[in-house]
Write a protein that binds this ligand. Sequence first.
Ligand code: CA
Length: 227
Amino acid sequence: MPKILLIEDEEKIARFVELELTHEGYEVFKAMDGRKGLEMAESGGYDLLLLDIMLPELNGMEVLRRLRKTSSVPVIMLTARDAVMDKVTGLDAGADDYITKPFSIEELLARIRLALRKQQTPALPQLVCGPLAMDIARHTVAVDGEQVDLTGREFSLLQMLIENQSIVLTRDALMERVWGYDYVGETNIVDVYIRYLRSKIDDRFNIKLIHTVRGVGYTIKQEQGHD
Ligand code: CA
């Protein structure tokens, strides 16, 4: 059972996250301030840290900076909306990922699974969805062994989808993860790139992997039969 240390001073959020993660089979430990959190994290034994930035005693960024001197445990930062600087600084300081409050539990769970998987397999595995295989290290994509040429953005978008297989990702989440928080431009950019991917993968090979979930976003999955 993976052990997760949650360092979060907002009791409501901490309780909600603890409840959901426990329900998912994680063992959750909590610290309500930065100093206590750092102390617990340094004692080791956790598979992953969820670290809020605005914390009493010692802020999350400082906790991370100190912790990284001795530990490479995966850390997902919990940041306030629009705090672009926090994210940049957080990733620079050695965070593995960040998630913006308010977040959905599904998104948090997806990030946790991803971070834990990365930790377990330092050599990037092939990502597979039905006949589609992505080799992250070699930056190649193939369907039934036949090479597909993708641009950098298309590749990132496909990777994001395939790493979160069968989970519906919202346009906002895809936009933030693939284009970055400070992206300025067409708001339908995600839809445009989904169309590119569909024409290069689904249409070309006559398969259906990329699915639209109306009013929500997109997901990639292999379905039995056709729709
Ligand atoms: Ca806080």
